[in-house]
Design a protein around this ligand. Sequence first.
Ligand code: ATP
Length: 507
Amino acid sequence: QEDVFKKLVAHCKEYGFVFQSSEIYDGLSAVYDYGQMGVELKNNIKKYWWDSMVLLHENVVGLDSAIFMHPTIWKASGHVDAFNDPLIDNKDSKKRYRADVLIEDLMAKFETKIEKEVAKAKKRFGDAFDEAEFKSTNPRVKANQEKIDTVHQRFVDALDKNDLNELKQIILDYEIACPISGSKNWTDVRQFNLMFSTDMGSTADGSNKIYLRPETAQGIFVNYLNVQKTGRMKIPFGIAQIGKAFRNEIVARQFIFRMREFEQMEMQFFVRPGEEMKWFDKWKETRMSWHKALGFSEDKYRFHDHDKLAHYANAATDIEFKFPFGFKEVEGIHSRTDFDLNQHQDFSGKKIQYFDPELNKSYVPYVIETSIGVDRMFLQIISEAYTEEKIEKENGKVDERVVLKLPTALAPVKLAVMPLVRKDGLPEKAREIINELKFDFNCQYDEKDSIGKRYRRQDAIGTPFCVTVDHQSLEDNTVTIRHRDSMEQERVEISKLYEILKEQVSL
Ligand code: ATP
């Protein structure tokens, strides 16, 4: 699995999806640039989200608020005082870790052990295997489950009491993975604020410390009244926004999974107080269906309900996806109560209320938030799409190909058009086809190397359709269309290409 992940990272670079930022200067840790293919895939992901939120929901509208905001906003939101991660250093390896992530990794290790036992037994007993029965009786599974339960309980209690010593003690008790096995040489756990700050204005006229936003949500809350009034919005309604967010993450890991500059797609849905649980459940379900509509295997998704709630929430769940490195959060769904709007009302001194004509009274609305990382979604999609295949050729030899089985609607290039040879008017015919289709679909022209090599190049970037123009095309206006996943080819009329593509590229 680790190996496949390394290959995926290399593939992302080789084909222009993701580059390390500032690479020629040896890179900048946890910051990445999206290349010519990556930007297309990323834009398609954002469009898929935006359309499903804003176009499909009459009562959800968009917003694009600034990254810089009044510094008091981050006081009001609680980020200045509480947006911290617990940090710990190992003195032997001189490496820095997030204490909570170390403990979560530990629990994941026990879980992997259980999964392995289950897989082994499944293989042995075949159809007769009863997983629940096995888990409740097998001593090794039970012992690992007990460890998970104990660590989990201690972890939740420690977070609840903000007991940093106990976090360190768990790490010591389980001799948690560090490069020097069994090393007990840890520093104390201390809190570290994740916000980046900078100065606005020149020092001569008094500069002001301001923050780079660590989430896009606050830009929505402080514009609540503007949008509600000018859009004449009636509760329940939502405001959606896509934009950059910045967090000074302690440990940057797993490629674009945890970045210091990343992008979020957030939607805040304003509801009547008391109705928040109904809407929380509704959005939980809606968001999970959105993920599953991409067509990846359903057992790759799960909800992870939070035991420990953030200071602003009365319910929270994550949608987790099974990445090559295990189940991890892609999206958070939070019931944020009236915390944020109340805080902004207090700190700004402006009334932030909604007059509900049906109830004939005013109140501060409650909020359900759906928050998803564009980059994590990108990583999820590309790691799921990445496939190495062996192909048996007619002469008995085995060929290999790497193909990105991307959902067609998200593929950076939809159609590659290839003249069989670089003469006899075939290139011109190929260009004609592209000129017809390029306003509706991202097309690529490719005339270099053998057709086989060209197919492999398109497979590697996930192009769902390749069209080959040959001499027959000049006579009867037909071409060969080759399908990425099945590699099947068929002869179709050029005039039918638009319809074929149109039907396939919508989700
Ligand atoms: P984590 O527990 O992984 O740090 P979080 O719970 O802090 O994430 P939220 O604050 O709920 O994350 O942010 C919402 C979404 O934004 C996450 O589900 C994730 O997809 C994305 N996200 C958060 N932090 C990062 C990051 N450093 N890099 C990339 N995406 C991120």
